[in-house]
Design a protein around this ligand. Structure first.
Ligand code: ZN
Length: 257
């Protein structure tokens, strides 16, 4: 049985045992585009084997944002150029050691010389030999957060937004955590023709699901802005999610925020 499942023609996803992290594979003319390959050592080995079996050599890769679980790689995946938005690459460069420590804590054994080895790409689309892969870059969740939209199939690879299992996680170290996240959501909401959404963590959804997740995320941000406790069905998830929610509430509940 394959680890990969098809969400739309020529678009496959694999879901990790680690926080339901998704890896997206887009079939091209002479190989594939690989988005956020991960997460465990065994899963990357399996992914490489599955791609080999399908005759899909990675010819380009994209990391949606500079968090450790989205910038992994293995030698078996080959030497394709691995791109990310310039602001994201800047973070992986300065925080490489910390990202490696975080990865080692959660999923040990990776070759950390390959972690975050990304090429900055300041473009409207990923240069590769396959279906158009448009980039939507903003600073919600992390600097240089880049979603990928495939207009041919209507698939939006949203990065760490629009999740059914995670609340919006804001970049509290950024200059405008709430404004940056809202701007990112608005950019995603304005993409015409989304028929499938693939979140960085969680389950893929259809167009209706995409709209309801945008609303749920916007409602969460509205609640946060008030700085008082509120409910969100996703808070029944893992303990760290609840802790992060509390931290975000404290941040926005402090005087003057
Ligand atoms: Zn993230």
């Amino acid at each position: 049985m394959r680890q990969l499942s098809e969400v739309a023609p020529g678009v496959l996803i694999a879901t990790s045992s680690f926080e339901l992290t998704t890896t997206t594979v887009v079939v091209g003319s002479d190989g594939c585009l690989l988005i956020d390959p991960g997460v465990t050592l065994a899963e990357l080995a399996r992914l490489a084997a599955d791609l080999r079996e399908l005759g899909l050599r990675p010819t380009a890769a994209w990391s949606t944002h500079p968090h450790w679980d989205h910038v992994l790689w293995s030698r078996e995946l080959g030497g394709a150029p691995r791109y990310a938005a310039p602001a994201a690459v800047a973070v992986t460069k300065t925080e490489q050691a910390e990202l490696a420590r975080e990865a080692q804590r959660s999923v040990p054994g990776h070759d950390f010389s390959l972690l975050g080895r990304l090429t900055p790409l300041d473009a409207g689309a990923i240069p590769w030999n396959g279906p158009e892969a448009r980039l939507i870059v903003h600073d919600g969740h992390a600097p240089g957060h880049g979603a990928v939209f495939l207009p041919g199939t209507g698939v939006l690879v949203a990065g760490d937004m629009c999740s059914d299992v995670e609340i919006p996680l804001l970049d509290l170290a950024g200059p405008d955590p709430l404004g940056g996240y809202r701007a990112g959501l608005e950019r995603l909401a304005a993409v015409p023709g989304v028929r499938h959404v693939v979140p960085g963590h969680g389950h893929a959804g259809n167009a209706d699901e995409f709209r309801s997740r945008l609303s749920a995320d916007a409602a969460y941000l509205d609640g946060l802005a008030l700085g008082k406790p509120f409910a969100d069905p996703r808070l029944t998830g893992p303990g760290w999610l609840r802790d992060t929610h509390d931290e975000q509430l404290r941040y926005f509940g402090r005087p003057g925020s």
